[in-house]
Design a protein. Sequence first.
Length: 138
Amino acid sequence: MNRPELLFLDEPTSGQDPVHAADIRDLIRAQAEAGRTVFLTTHDMATADRLCDRVAFVAQGRIAAVDTPRGFKLTHGRPGVLVEYRTDGRLAQQEFDVDTIATDPAFAELARGNAVETIHTREASLDQVFAAVTRDRL
């Protein structure tokens, strides 16, 4: 293939197994890092999140919103921390507000009890953002 300055790719990872999809994403990333502009159309929000500097959501043939993946997630998300822990042999979850977790007595009790298995920050996914942004337009 020659070295075009602009690439248009339509659903490049659609129908691919996880290994081949990762290889394709690596190729796309390499093209962008080489200074080429990559215009990607996809319904796969995970691919858009991993590869795109800017994302535009289209609804009814019109651009509904444009932002960075991070900007979309911060604007439309509800910051929090999801804690998974064991209680009576069962896995349970509790969400804590990111601003108050350090002083939340319930979190302190979980941490002292050594029951915590995982802690994850909670943010909106691009799937959730797409639904929120385009809901009224579809």
